[in-house]
Design a protein around this ligand. Structure first.
Ligand SMILES: [Zn+2]
Length: 323
C-alpha cells in the first residue's frame, strides 16, 4: 500500500486542519520609534513603511494597531542630541521621551501591552550601551546601576514589561532587585538574553540614532559563531530571574532559537531585526518577491521555536493573517 501524504494537502480546509505551526497576531510585538518634537510622522529611509513618531502622533498609530489586533509594542526613544551625556541620564528622566510616550499610549489604550527596551546607547553621547572607563571599555558593574534606574523609571511611567538589551553580565538580577525594591515585583523582564554583535542591526542604528561613536559592541554582544554561549547566557538569565528569553537576530540564528527552546522552558522571543526586514521589504516593494515571502520567513522563526516574535512586519502580517 502506498502511503499518500498528499491526501492531507487536498484542500485549504484540510491544510489548515493539519498545520503544525500557527502564526497568530497575538505572537507579534511591534517596535515603535518615538522622537522629540511635534507633528512628526516621518518614514525611516532605511526601514520602508516604518516611522518616527512624535508623542502627539502616537494615538493614531496605537488605534491602528488595536484595529489590526496587535496587542504588544516595544518602545525605543530618541532624545534630542543635546540631551545625550556620558551616563545617558535622559534614559532615566521621569519626563524623558520614553516615559512620556508610555503615559500617552496608556492614555489612548490602557490594554496595550507596553514593553520598553532598556539600554543606554540611545542616550549616551558616545553611543555605547554602558558607562565607559578611560580606556573606552564598557564598565560592567557601574552600568548595572544605570540600567536598573532606567527600568524603574519606565515602570513608574506605566510600562508593563521591561526588556534589557545591553548584554552586561548580571543585569537581570540588578533590574529584578531594583524593581522589587520599588514594589514592582509583578512586572516581568523579557531579557535580550542571546544577542549577537550583528551587522543586521544596521538600519536600526539609523532609526534610533544609536551607532557607537567609536569602536564596536563586540566586547559585550556575542560572537555570531557561538551557540554554547547562547546556552550559558540563557541559563544565567533564568537564574537571575528573567521571565522571557530572547534570541536576536532571528533569521540567521534559527538554529540558536531551536537550541535555546529545547533547553529552557521559559517563553522564548526572537527579534526579526531591521536588516532582515529591510532586505525582504525592499524585495517585495520592488516586485522581486511576492508578499508571501514575509509570512514564510516569519513562520520560519516560529517553527524554529520562538513563541513571541518582535517584528517590523507585524502590521503586514496582521493584515495577511486576517485574509
Ligand atoms: Zn544598547
Amino acid at each position: 500500500m502506498l502511503r499518500r501524504p498528499r491526501r492531507l494537502r487536498a484542500n485549504k480546509a484540510i491544510r489548515n486542519l493539519v498545520r503544525e505551526t500557527k502564526l497568530n497576531v497575538e505572537d507579534l510585538i511591534y517596535p515603535l520609534f518615538v522622537v522629540e518634537g511635534e507633528g512628526i510622522k516621518s518614514e525611516i529611509s532605511s526601514l520602508p513603511d516604518v516611522y518616527h513618531f512624535s508623542i502627539d502622533k502616537l494615538a493614531e498609530e496605537i488605534e491602528e494597531l488595536k484595529e489590526l489586533g496587535i496587542e504588544h509594542v516595544i518602545l525605543f526613544g530618541i532624545p534630542h542630541d543635546h540631551e545625550k551625556d556620558a551616563c545617558g541620564s535622559e534614559g532615566y528622566n521621569d519626563n524623558g521621551i520614553i516615559q512620556r510616550a508610555i503615559r500617552k499610549i496608556k492614555e489612548v489604550d490602557s490594554e496595550m501591552n507596553v514593553i520598553t527596551d532598556v539600554c543606554m546607547c540611545e542616550y549616551t553621547s558616545h553611543g555605547h550601551c554602558g558607562i565607559l572607563t578611560e580606556g573606552g571599555y564598557v564598565d560592567n558593574d557601574q552600568t548595572l546601576e544605570y540600567l536598573a534606574k532606567i527600568a524603574v523609571s519606565h515602570v513608574k511611567a506605566g510600562a508593563d514589561m521591561v526588556a534589557p538589551s545591553d548584554m552586561m553580565d548580571g543585569r537581570i538580577q540588578a533590574i529584578r532587585e531594583a524593581l522589587d525594591k520599588e514594589g514592582f515585583e509583578h512586572i516581568a523582564i523579557m531579557s535580550y538574553s542571546v544577542k549577537y554583535a550583528s551587522t543586521f542591526y544596521g538600519p536600526f542604528r539609523e532609526a534610533a540614532n544609536s551607532a557607537p561613536a567609536f569602536g564596536d559592541r563586540k566586547t559585550y554582544q556575542m560572537d555570531p559563531a557561538n551557540t554554547n554561549e547562547a546556552i550559558i547566557e540563557s541559563e544565567l538569565d533564568v537564574l537571575e530571574g528573567a521571565d522571557i528569553l530572547m534570541v536576536k537576530p532571528a533569521l540567521s540564528y534559527l538554529d540558536v532559537i531551536r537550541r535555546v527552546k529545547d533547553n529552557f522552558d521559559l517563553p522564548l522571543a526572537a527579534y526579526n531585526v531591521s536588516g532582515e526586514y529591510a532586505m525582504l521589504k525592499s524585495a517585495v516593494k520592488n516586485g522581486i518577491l511576492a508578499e508571501g515571502a514575509i509570512y514564510e520567513s516569519v513562520m520560519s522563526i516560529k517553527r524554529a521555536g520562538a513563541d513571541i516574535i518582535i517584528t517590523y512586519f507585524a502590521k503586514d502580517l496582521a493584515k495577511m493573517l486576517k485574509k
